[in-house]
Design a binder for this molecule. Structure first.
Ligand SMILES: NC(=O)c1ccc[n+]([C@@H]2O[C@H](COP(=O)([O-])OP(=O)(O)OC[C@H]3O[C@@H](n4cnc5c(N)ncnc54)[C@H](O)[C@@H]3O)[C@@H](O)[C@H]2O)c1
Length: 338
């Protein structure tokens, strides 16, 4: 298929492009680089051996999107282009609604004008909020605990409504749990602009000497060691779930939602211990109060992904840490210093 990848210069997008090209799909990327470097796709090109067509474009710009759609006949769109920090979304909720919700409306309108009817949307476990069920099935109550999570839920609802009312529209909503790790080549990985808001990139940047210590937000959660538990998934496994979802769209024309996780939960301290053993680095820790909207435990039920998409995660926490550290130690300053 020919696929428009929105936000394809970012962390998950760049890894997904590698997997899509490996399956013989064609890709075109649009990205405004608000949280990524155009260099990432040059690194992707070194892995896959072909250049990637990339257009600097904001998905909130209808005429720029129309120009892209008029030049290509896309079979599908994969939509990664959103802002993703829970913490920042509390500080700038309007920015988050504007970028994530208005941006998606603009993209969907452009798809409709161009008669492109297949969409894969990056949603998040954040839509569940503090679920009291573990592992969390897709049918669990949706109660996001941050403005970021609420933007994802608004978009999910919009997509479900389009699926129900427009027979030719078909969407797969992937609710990612906690993507970490990097491509095993060490050529691409997570390279956030500014201080990372997620555990693994922060951990890597402490080990690389960019930060003096790892802040741990909350040590009094009701978990085995008091720190928050998450379902970490290797980004290459997640990327492969997109390639599988794209193939599945040929077999099934329903709009549906599926969790993408491993079904295993690890605490912050479990991840720190795994990372220290893989990297040989000692990570200084500093305990801080809980952050607004953070929850104790979030672990996916991966059953639906296994049954529907015939996909499941292959890589364990050790491999996630090993690949994340290979990327960070090869490129301590990310894409900016090479
Ligand atoms: N990484 C995670 O932990 C995680 C977890 C759950 C869901 N998600 C979702 O997955 C998607 C991809 O996440 P990621 O980790 O790769 O993030 P990322 O920030 O690395 O990638 C997102 C990309 O979208 C681009 N972008 C943002 N707004 C845009 C706009 N208006 N127009 C054009 N481009 C725009 C950014 O520049 C960036 O390259 C996001 O939608 C995110 O909400 C991520």
């Amino acid at each position: 298929m020919k696929v428009l990848v929105c936000g394809g210069s970012g962390y998950i997008g760049s890894h997904t492009i590698v997997e899509l090209l490996a399956k013989g799909h064609e890709v075109v990327v649009v990205d405004n680089h608000v949280n990524s470097s155009p260099q990432s796709l040059k690194h992707v090109a070194r892995i896959v051996g072909v250049d990637i067509e990339a257009i600097h474009c904001d998905i909130r710009d209808p005429s720029a999107l129309d120009a892209v759609f008029s030049r290509h006949n896309f079979d599908a769109v994969i939509h990664f282009a959103s802002l993703k920090s829970h913490t920042e979304s509390w500080r700038q909720p309007l920015l988050y609604y504007e970028n994530n919700v208005t941006g998606t409306i603009s993209l969907l309108q452009a798809m409709f004008r161009a008669k492109v009817s297949r969409l894969i949307f990056s949603s998040s476990a954040a839509v569940y909020g503090s679920s009291d069920v573990t592992p969390i099935p897709e049918s669990a109550a949706l109660c996001p605990s941050s403005p970021y999570g609420r933007t994802k839920l608004v978009v999910e609802n919009m997509i479900q409504e389009l699926g129900a009312t427009h027979l030719d529209f078909q969407a797969t909503v992937l609710r990612y749990f906690n993507p970490v790790g990097a491509h095993p080549s060490g050529l691409i990985g997570e390279d956030p602009i500014g201080a990372p808001s997620n555990l693994m990139p922060y951990l890597c940047q402490v080990a690389a000497g960019r930060f003096p210590f790892l802040p741990i937000y909350g040590d009094d959660y009701p978990t085995h060691d008091g720190t928050a538990v998450r379902d970490y998934i290797h980004v290459v496994d997640l990327a492969r779930a997109h390639a599988r979802a794209l193939e599945y769209m040929r077999e099934c024309d329903e709009t549906f939602v599926v969790n993408v996780g491993t079904g295993c939960g690890y605490s912050v301290l479990d991840v720190v211990a795994a990372f220290e053993s893989v990297s040989g680095c000692q990570i200084p820790l500093s305990y801080m109060p809980r952050r607004a909207g953070d929850i104790a435990k979030s672990v996916a039920s991966p059953i639906s992904a296994r049954q529907r998409l015939r996909w499941e995660a292959e890589y364990d926490l050790h491999k996630m840490c090993e690949d994340a550290w290979r990327w960070q130690s090869t490129y301590p300053h990310g894409y900016r210093m090479n």
